[in-house]
Design a protein around this ligand. Structure first.
Ligand code: PHE
Length: 453
């Protein structure tokens, strides 16, 4: 129990499951496979692994240190560490704002996923002809009522867990759902790999093609590494504030990172061999999951329906544990000394669902699709802000604070659990990665990203 409010994870295992639950989400199952295939398979993977280990994991450890050291929400944490420089709290605020925007768009996609889970169960998807899925998706996602209904159901489930509390809600649910998720994913992998013609999918995913690894691909790899590990926007400061005091922060970060990476790879193995075996187009991009996979499932006959249910359940569960961490960050911040956890979760949910509904209405041919902000529909704007711009900006500010402004002795003390854990890696971690490599890489990505636009 490490926070000021006395809330916290009850064990290191529970903490790892909760943080891995945050990391493993739509980013792994929905996004990773298609961008990995798009930017050169093995070539992309190589760059991605480097970013994950040397930037993503470094940020995660840094956020854990900030969170556990202070036991505060992201805004108060910066103030607690730098009481005479109140400006730093705006870094925490920027992170929370990013969480809010991510949650809004995340809810839209989670709502789609939940709807597809329902349509797999009820048999609706099984009744659609192969050529009809694109129209089906567009018509559904652009309609007004149904997507919002599923957003509301999904948000209700998320808030329910938050209201349960950190250990009795978040930790308990994560300990239950993460193993289920792994089992479901393994079942899909086995099915996909044993289909005839599956190997073409594996080589699409893994065979390095350096000609496809463009500058844009490198940027995508970094953005994906941050998004997938849930780092940069303060969520891991929040979870860090709940970590047990004797938890080994290096080990915990390493486990979460490995878990997140492995699940992304297995998601690719579950999807591409099946897509190739059925002769479908692997470059379906964001629509792959909703427009191409249903065709694949339908071609498998009756068992296909079962695999469709398994897949959309898996995706819904993965999204749920990530949405929980985003709503928790906002709830912890709002509750503070002001209002209780339940009231604060309800208020935050009511505010975020307005933005999520607006984003949903702006999608495709929706009723708000004519409204443009900076020339973009709201959904696309949110997607761009949360996918490529805000996380690297917040990550850069966080790592600069950690490496250049936070007291080094405090960091050593926290990472070593007051001298009880060996931290021989500290020199490389701090002097090389935290102070130089991570900030420089983030600056390069941001500058090229901005120029490239
Ligand atoms: N890591 C999550 C995913 O891969 C998304 C997320 C980002 C969750 C930031 C929390 C904070 O889907």
């Amino acid at each position: 129990m490490s926070t000021k409010t006395g809330e916290g994870f009850s064990s290191s295992f529970g903490a790892i499951m909760a943080a891995a639950g945050s990391a493993v989400g739509l980013g792994n199952v929905w996004r990773f496979p298609y961008i990995c295939g798009k930017y050169g398979g093995g070539a992309f993977l190589l760059v991605y692994v480097i970013f994950v280990l040397f930037i993503g994991m470094v940020l995660m450890m840094s956020e854990f240190v900030i969170g556990r050291r202070t036991g505060e929400d992201p805004m108060k944490a910066y103030t607690a560490l730098k009481p005479h420089h109140p400006g730093w709290k705006y870094v925490g605020l920027a992170g929370l704002l990013t969480c809010f925007l991510i949650l809004a768009i995340y809810l839209v996609i989670s709502g789609w996923t939940l709807n597809y889970f329902w349509e797999s169960l009820s048999g609706t998807l099984a009744g659609i002809a192969d050529t009809g899925f694109e129209a089906h998706f567009n018509q559904f996602a652009s309609s007004a009522g149904r997507p919002v209904l599923f957003i509301a159901i999904f948000l209700f489930l998320t808030a329910l867990v938050i209201v349960g509390g950190v250990d009795k809600g978040i930790e308990r649910v994560s300990k239950l759902l993460m193993p289920i998720l792994v089992v479901l994913l393994m079942a899909l992998c086995v099915r996909s790999m044993t289909l005839e013609g599956a190997s073409a999918g594996l080589s699409y995913l893994f065979k390095p093609d350096f000609s496809k690894l463009t500058g844009e691909g490198v940027l995508a790899a970094l953005g994906q590494a941050l998004f997938s590990l849930s780092v940069g926007m303060g969520v891991m400061i929040v979870y860090g504030s709940y970590l047990p005091k004797d938890d080994n922060l290096l080990k915990t970060s390493l486990w979460i990172t490995l878990c997140d990476f492995a699940i992304a790879i297995f998601a690719g193995i579950a999807i591409f061999p099946a897509v190739f075996a059925c002769g479908q187009d692997p470059t379906g991009g964001p629509g792959l999951v909703y427009q191409v996979l249903p065709v694949v499932f339908n071609s498998m006959g009756t068992v296909g329906r079962l695999f469709s249910i398994i897949f959309f359940l898996l995706l819904s569960l993965a999204a749920l544990t990530s949405a929980i961490s985003l709503l928790e960050a906002l709830t912890q911040w709002l509750s503070g000394d002001r209002i209780g956890r339940t009231a604060s979760a309800i208020v935050m949910s009511l505010i975020v669902i307005i933005l999520a509904a607006a984003a949903s209405f702006s999608f495709g041919d929706g009723i708000l699709s004519g409204v443009k902000i900076g020339g973009m529909q709201l959904f696309d704007l949110l997607d761009k802000l949360t996918g490529t711009i805000l996380p690297p900006v917040c990550a850069l500010l966080t790592i600069v604070f950690f490496g250049w402004f936070m007291n080094k002795e405090d960091i050593i003390d926290e990472l070593s659990n007051h001298g009880t854990v060996k931290i021989g890696y500290f020199k490389v971690f701090y002097h090389f990665l935290v102070r130089i490599v991570a900030p420089l890489a983030l600056i390069v990505v941001l500058v090229t990203g901005i120029i490239g636009n």
